[in-house]
Design a protein around this ligand. Sequence first.
Ligand code: ADP
Ligand code: MG
Length: 701
Amino acid sequence: MEENKDNIILSIQKVNKKYKLDKTQSFQALFDVSLDFKMGELVSIVGESGSGKSTLMNLIGGLDSLFDGKIIVDNKNLRELSPKELDRYRKDKVGFVFQSFNLIPYLSILENVTMALTLSNVSEKEKEERATKILKSVGLQYHMKKKPSQLSGGQKQRVAIARALINDPDIIIADEPTGALDSATSMQILKILKKIADSGKLVIMVTHSEKVAKVSSRVIEISDGRIVSDKINPSYKAHKEKISQTKKNPTKQYLSVYSALHLSFLNMWANKTKNFFMSFGVAIGIGSLILMLCFSFGISNYINDTRASFSDPTIVTISKKSTTSDMKSYEQFTDEEITNIIDDLNKFLEKNNYNFVIDTGSEEKNVTYGFEAFATDVLGGGLSASISCDFNLDGEYTEDETMKIYYLYSTPPYYGDKNLIKGEMSSSEGGIMVNSSILQIFDDLDSALGKKVKITINYDSGVNSSDTLLENEVSSMAQETFFFENITAIVDTSFLSNYPIMYIDYDLLEYHFERLLGEKLSPNSIYIKTPNEKITNAINSYLQENYSNELTGAIENSLASILGEMGNIIGTSLIVISLVALLVSAIMILVVMHMSVTERTKEIGVLKSIGARKSDIGRLFSCESLLIGFFSGLMGLVVSGVLILVAYLCLIHLVGLAPITFKWYFVAIALGVSIVISTLSGIYPAQRAANLDPVEALRRE
Ligand code: ADP
Ligand code: MG
């Protein structure tokens, strides 16, 4: 730019502007517009509505760079600036003043005025200093903390002017700044604009008012997109009193995350009701996720506890498969069979380097035995047993005093206090345990505890093997005998059977057998205590592969695996249900954020007009969804607390048991999931906001 051209700061050369209407049609709004502007000018642009004034303002303001021709500022054509340069141009070089003020309603006057500085990450202190100075020069220094809605129209426009001035731009563009004001107020605004021009800036305003036009230094008339007159006002006198100048250009250029969070928070607060309900919706999703997690953990804990009560992961149970279909008799192992199986297993363990030896003999033996009999009668070889207590002490055990035992079990090695309803474990030293069927002869469980009872056993050793006997014929080898023991405990057998069950230590039973019947007891089960679950599983699968025809695990094992399966299925379905709840929450956030972008289109336009970059706008909206996620997560925790409490009370009341397990890391899950889903669902609306065309956005009512 040549200096002798009287310090021209803005030069418009042969500008043509066409609006694209659709693929083929367009509308030309400006025709060959050429104008030069100097510092200190107060220019009025007049013309009928629709003549192209706003179009020209938007071009000068850098809001629209789709035109033909040149608009030269600082030796550069605005058309050729990169988006970044254009953002900087709007932030530092021009200031916008709109007819409808376009203040951001949820921000204070101070925050509105300093918005451009916030977008440049200027310190709070400096922001306040600069804003105070400028607000003072427009006479609003005592209104800094107010909200726009608390000001009159003239005051609002003065705030808008202060906002336009905050970055000390060279050019002020005002599109009908007095259009919404009465004439007295209009003159006040005009006076301020004149002061700005007189301080050496270029002020271009669009006006319909003759009065306003008269006091400007130059009046340009535009009609149907063409300049029809351009007159200098010879009587114009520069004002003596100058508007105060502020410091130039901030160093840092971007909206900080902190400011973005702060602004988002202010906006959310301004729309608290809407945001509360949305967050509440999300919170229900989060709350049900947590509740489902609690159930999922609770049920699996409950199942594991139940499993542990009748099985132990470090014990291998080996039983013979029943050869008869009626399950009446449990097959017994001979010594030779036991030796063979153990030897085979040991070979397998050694070959696969499990570093574990099954030991039946030494001090550190890890094999024990079990005896199980379905003890109803003695048909075809077997055992029946009964328990009786001589209540009237007449030496007779009447039928009233006697209970038939259905199952006679040796106490499994994995049974312990957890299996007991009352009392203490019996041992090889003495004692038997029964289940609550004992109420058949006792009035209550407590009176059974510690009682000495007579245990009668009818045993058919089957020496005259069953093939020599006719069916329904009692074996001639059947013997009846009995012994006395104390009842030490009541066992909870609700997972097995409610028929009368008696438990006795294997060694004790073996002792009684040998003593009374002169016969060595042969076990039905072999228990191997392993060092860990891995070895248990290895042995079990080896047995499954090689002995599946002859051997089987304990009935409890299959029960346990069924329960485990059930737990997995329940857990998975609960998680799926809550994922659906989360999906619904995510869609809700998406919809609400989308609506919010639509509602705030004008605000986005204003932010862009004062130099907000695409990424600043995107960041603002992303921060908002992040905050929503955070608050929804917090609310979700409260909701889950309530849900858990209600579920707990209902279940305890209805079924007497509430499989709910809460872990503290669920709190982190709630917050994390909530923030992640809201941030993800906020991406699209934020992108949409960032990509809004500022001119379009500003036209929106
Ligand atoms: P005004 O002088 O009233 O400010 P404008 O600059 O807003 O006029 O509009 C000039 C002409 O351009 C009008 O005829 C208007 O309809 C048209 N126009 C403005 N913006 C667009 C647009 N985005 N798409 C199509 N036509 C437009
Ligand atoms: Mg207009």
